[in-house]
Ligand binder design. Structure first.
Ligand SMILES: [Zn+2]
Length: 181
């Protein structure tokens, strides 16, 4: 219980954490009238749930704190590769990040955005670049036809080597069965 009280106090000290004012008093009032054993059990359950919420909130905060770096890494890959396709008339796309399970990225060419897998942040820069370029080229060639590969050959002659290396990073995805990006 001491640890819980400490946790509540820490939460209350932080501006972004919301602990209802008078929470303890209201909880106590709600529990008044219950038999002592039920009261104890009820209090324990509520406090346990609050601890779980606090832990979840901390995890979410951590994830958000990490996101600028993550976004930066993948946005940089896009920015590095974009000059290769800009002269071909490709408009700079919106970038969305997602935790995809089976793809490193995908291109929503009709909507003007590409999605990159957040797991790419754990891959070397040359592989992030390869995936970014692959998706950018989809604005020109929507499928994986000969035109697509010819364009990749022209813009990134060693893309096959990078693709092979990327396969070694399949552990960075949640599950195996990576499809072609
Ligand atoms: Zn593709």
């Amino acid at each position: 219980m001491e640890r819980f009280d400490e946790l509540l106090k820490n939460m209350a000290d932080k501006e972004d954490c919301i602990v209802p004012e008078g929470f303890d008093a209201r909880l106590q009032k709600a529990l008044d009238g219950l038999p002592p054993r039920a009261k104890k059990a009820g209090l324990g359950a509520v406090k346990g749930a609050l601890i779980a919420v606090a832990v979840c909130a901390a995890l979410v905060c951590t994830a958000f704190a990490a996101s600028p770096g993550l976004r930066g890494l993948l946005a940089e890959a896009l920015a590095r590769m974009y000059p290769l396709v800009a002269p071909l008339g490709v408009a700079f796309p919106l970038l969305k990040l997602r935790k995809l399970k089976s793809q490193w990225g995908n291109c929503h060419w009709a909507q003007g955005y590409i999605t990159l897998n957040t797991a790419l942040a754990r891959c070397p820069e040359e592989l992030r670049d390869y995936v970014a370029l692959h998706e950018l080229v989809h604005f020109l060639h929507h499928d994986h036809g000969p035109g697509f590969y010819a364009r990749m050959d022209a813009l990134m002659p060693d893309w096959r080597r990078r693709r092979k290396t990327l396969k070694g990073y399949s552990g960075a995805l949640e599950r195996d069965g990576i499809r072609k990006v």
